[in-house]
Design a protein around this ligand. Structure first.
Ligand code: SF4
Length: 331
């Protein structure tokens, strides 16, 4: 998932933030200096008190404090290095959030609004690696799609020969149930894989011409792709989903899914795949949405403007998790 919840590594938060001040993007540092100064001062004080008074037993409150630090450092690092349009920007994100990020608007606090999202991201990463490393049918994995001419940089999960794109998604049981009932992928996931198809079709040469040293993984291998099938593999998890209020709730949802699938013993009832055959549907209106959104983001960035709230690509469903809430209110 080339989205905000993937692709980060756990690093000691304090070190990351302290190092950043000396050798990184000065414009970004300048714009966020209030946060950095406050954060470093606060962290240094906490570190000193910890060294003097190290806890004797594991404490959840202490853990949550550390998690907060980690969350700040992770998001700080992601946003500092992120000035390109990702698959998630096209499929999910609010256009204002994307433009604030690319134009490096300041963030008041880089910590996630809902901290369990970090553990959920790690579970999601593990699910991706497990499937990618187990299945022998993928011919290319973690393919880098970097296209400077349209300011895009993203990675798709897997390809099978020249005609199948595969994307892996971990999701809560509530979403999983809807997917099974409707036999359709979630709209945003569909847009994400369709975006990858568009890049492979229209920008393959540019993708392949990128210097490998500047990429996190290999670019596409083939000289031509004729993508016909878009596949989304869904894996349900729930324990730390926001819409699951208790362990009982999670167990009941899992039970309900097995009932729907009429399977008591299927050990993979939490996993399904939705395949779209592009020969069987007309995707032109969806493709237009994708191209319009990419063009629109680029227009605002080039003109150094923030999209108004009336822009059709503003997505208020993202507000809860958005790190640019504060700057959004003021602009
Ligand atoms: S706060 Fe909401 S409307 Fe504003 S940028 Fe973030 S997601 Fe978009």
């Amino acid at each position: 998932m080339e989205d905000l919840l993937r692709g980060f590594e756990i690093e000691p938060g304090i070190k990351v933030i302290n190092e950043v001040k000396e050798n990184e993007d000065q414009e970004f540092i300048e714009k966020n200096k209030d946060f950095i100064n406050k954060y470093i001062t606060q962290n240094n004080m906490e570190q000193t008190s910890k060294e003097n008074d190290s806890p004797m037993i594991f404490d959840i409150d202490d853990f949550v404090k550390d998690l907060n630090n980690l969350s700040r450092a992770k998001n700080f690092n992601i946003i500092k290095n992120s000035d390109k349009i990702s698959g998630y920007d096209v499929s999910n994100n609010c256009i204002r959030e994307t433009v604030f990020r690319i134009l490096k608007y300041p963030v008041q606090d880089f910590s996630d609004t809902w901290l369990p999202v970090i553990m959920r991201a790690i579970i999601g990463n593990a699910i991706h690696s497990f499937i990618q490393n187990t299945y022998s049918g993928f011919t290319e994995k973690e393919v880098s799609l970097k296209i400077p001419s349209i300011r895009c940089s993203t990675r798709l999960d897997a390809l099978m020969r020249d005609n199948v794109i595969v994307e892996i998604k971990s999701c809560p049981y509530t979403d999983y149930e809807k997917i099974i009932k409707t036999r359709k992928p979630r709209n945003s996931d569909f847009y994400q894989v369709l975006f990858y198809k568009m890049l492979l079709t229209n920008y393959l040469k540019e993708c392949k011409s990128q210097n490998r040293e500047n990429l996190r993984s290999d670019p596409p291998k083939l000289d031509e792709y004729n993508i016909r099938f878009l596949q989304l593999i869904y894996v349900a998890h729930d324990i730390n989903a926001a819409d699951c209020t208790s362990l009982n709730d999670a167990v009941n949802k899992a039970r309900q899914i097995r009932k729907m699938l009429q399977t008591k013993s299927n050990p993979f009832s939490y996993m399904c795949v939705m395949t779209t055959d592009l020969n069987s549907i007309d995707v032109s209106s969806h493709m237009k949405y994708i191209i319009d959104k990419v063009n629109s983001i680029n227009w605002y960035v080039e003109n150094q403007k923030i999209p108004p709230m009336s822009d059709p690509f503003v997505n208020k469903k993202s507000c809860f998790f958005c790190l640019f809430k504060d700057v959004c209110r003021k602009n």
